[in-house]
Design a protein around this ligand. Structure first.
Ligand SMILES: Nc1nc2c(c(=O)[nH]1)N[C@@H](CN(C=O)c1ccc(C(=O)N[C@@H](CCC(=O)O)C(=O)O)cc1)CN2
Length: 363
């Protein structure tokens, strides 16, 4: 990202002190993740003895607990994902009873990344919880691209498999495009096939599937009745799996969309104009309070580990957005963890159900 983008850390002690006691404390699971060390720095724009936007004054520190109440609504992805899983469970059961078909999802994991293994395990558990059958292939780090392609081809031909996904990232020696192109477009429940992305980009075209994380972001906005039409939206990050499809989806919802990336001249200024911010860069606490327009809605896709000696794991997860600052300025915000992450898997289940229904022409 541009040099003006900074790594910052909202200290855990400050978060514990400032988060209202009524807010649900979200527990992280035990996944191991790539570790970005961000040591004890605070979000600089708003120091901790900080006052609410409406009452900037010289209040002594003792009154900070009164003046630092968060105002933003918490967009609870964990809760919404649970509701969606319940809806999917009912549909899977209705389909099984009516036509005797159980949706099937095949997951291919290559290599030994602990975070990827955790995500795959969670996907399998989620499938079980809603009645979707899961198929798993685990290949070693040194597997060849040909081996992966052979498994994809077998799943493409298997009628009990309705959705196929290859967990990303793949080992460096593999060509990701070759692998993603090999998945049949009808079974591309990750929505990463170029034909699906191309259709997403074109007016008058419909993709068969939309990538799960961006789809989850939009679903959260819908379920919280946050209107998108005519709004200014900024997407921070332009990855193929989140930033780019998120921008395309927002545009399809009639938002006016800007994409902030590593070559953007003044990312802070551009972001400050947005009514809706989707951040997907993977840099802890990069988006500070000063980047946010009062009342903006923030969807934070980043899941970044920062060192935290007080946590049993030695780290905790934070988003791209400095939560404690943002929650005093924004009107609504997703937490990390418990925001977009759980929606990714819920949308995968939803796409798999859609794939099975479409194959069997079941309404
Ligand atoms: N083939 C794919 N690969 C990857 C995708 C994807 O959609 N398809 N997305 C990410 C990883 N991912 C799913 O695969 C994923 C990431 C995070 C979560 C999640 O629920 N996170 C929790 C925190 C988890 C923790 O405590 O460690 C949260 O945010 O609350 C789910 C799925 C890259 N690869």
């Amino acid at each position: 990202m541009a040099s003006s983008m900074k790594f910052t850390d909202c200290s855990p002690s400050a978060i514990v002190r400032l988060v209202p006691s009524t807010r649900t404390r979200l527990r992280s699971s035990d996944s191991a993740v790539l570790f970005h060390r961000v040591l004890g720095r605070s979000c600089p724009a708003y120091p901790r003895t900080f006052v609410s936007r409406s009452s900037i004054s010289t209040l002594p520190v003792i009154s900070a607990s009164i003046s630092t109440e968060a105002t933003a609504q918490v967009i609870d992805g964990k809760l919404v994902a649970k509701q969606i899983r319940e809806e999917i469970t009912a549909e899977v059961s209705r389909m099984k009873d009516a036509i005797g078909v159980v949706p099937g999802l095949a997951v291919i994991l290559v290599g030994d990344r602990k975070d990827s293994a955790t995500y795959v395990r969670n996907k399998k558990k989620a499938c079980e919880s809603v009645g979707i059958k899961s198929f798993e292939v685990n290949l070693p780090e040194n597997a060849t691209e040909q081996e992966v392609l052979k498994h994809i081809s077998d799943f493409n031909d298997d009628p009990s498999v309705h959705g196929i996904l290859v967990q990303l990232p793949l080992p460096k020696h593999m060509n990701e495009q070759n692998v993603l192109h090999a998945v049949s477009i009808e079974k591309d429940v990750d929505g990463f096939h170029p034909l699906n992305i191309g259709r997403l980009a074109m007016r008058g075209e419909e993709p068969l599937f939309v990538p799960c994380t961006p789809k989850g972001c939009i679903e959260l906005l819908h379920r919280y009745n946050i209107s998108i039409k005519g709004k200014r939206a900024v997407v921070i990050g332009r990855s193929n799996i989140v930033g780019t499809p998120a921008a395309l989806l927002l545009q399809r919802e009639d938002a006016t969309v800007s994409v902030v990336h590593s070559r953007t001249k003044d990312p802070e200024e551009l972001t400050r104009q947005a009514d809706i911010i989707i951040s997907a860069v993977g840099k802890a606490n990069m988006v500070e309070g000063s980047w946010i327009k009062p009342g903006a809605v923030i969807i934070d896709v980043g899941i970044n580990p920062v060192e935290d000696a007080s946590s049993p794991r030695g780290y905790r997860l934070v988003g791209d957005v400095c939560y404690e600052e943002a929650s005093k300025i924004a009107s609504a915000i997703t937490p990390v963890p418990g925001g977009v992450g759980p929606m990714t898997i819920a949308m995968l289940l939803s796409n798999t159900l859609t794939a099975a229904k479409r194959t069997h022409n079941f309404q």
